[in-house]
Design a binder for this molecule. Sequence first.
Ligand SMILES: [Zn+2]
Ligand SMILES: [Zn+2]
Length: 292
Amino acid sequence: MDITLLGTGCPICDTRRFGPANLVRAAGAEFLIDCGSGATQRLIGAGTKGAALEAVLLTHLHTDHIIDLYQLIVSSWHQGRNRGHRVFGPPGTREFVAGTMELWRVERELRIAHERRPSTEAFKIEVAEIGPGDVLKHGELQITAVEVEHQPVKSALGFVFACQGRRIAISGDTRPCRRLIEAARGAELLVHEVMIHREMAPVLGVRSPQTLAQVASYHTLSDQVGKVAAEAQVRCLALTHFVPVRFDQAALLAEVRRDYAGPVLIGEDLMRIDVKTGMVTSGDTAFGLAWS
Ligand SMILES: [Zn+2]
Ligand SMILES: [Zn+2]
């Protein structure tokens, strides 16, 4: 089982860090977790494509996590997908998907009629709304949904992927969350969001001190995430969903290492972590996490 961080950014537009999305490969299948801006391009970069996905899992319905869902669907049609999509997400996902499909219906019908491609199955979207504790199975892979804390978002999920005795926990968007810590306990890898609050200054006309306090209130801060990983006793911590997207990496590492003794990865788009072998590849570099 491995995970590729497809997009490690946030709502802030950036050329290096695209919107939130992750790809898990396990049990001979590929799962997309969230579908932020640029996810379809990053899937190509990861050596796959929307047409190949087994299922899409959404952590919550904030735009930065779902904005490219229609782009995924329509591009998978162009790629020759000949089966429907399965989308799993919190309550509200059905309405979001139905609304998205309706928004593009006229354009889609025109295009289908004109282009005469062999299949329109890619546009059949099967939605399952899921909640805390729900378990999805695919062969030896088991995916468990965990309720995280992202209020005022009513329903936000993290996911724990378990396969052949290895586990990857994905936080989604959350403030430090007890349930997630319990669910992630002892996992090989925790992929966790982080906000580097100290690097976010108020900007006149863009964000006030109150804006920053509000945003910080539903994310995990850089001086908290190491404590989360230490308490969860995970073997490795990979950081993602960086707010802001450009920051002092050495300072962040030093801050997190004050609380967490295990390996800390500053996530990059297309960083791939194999939890069976412990191999990490990112750009031109590859190294091992020294576990067996
Ligand atoms: Zn969010
Ligand atoms: Zn987000």
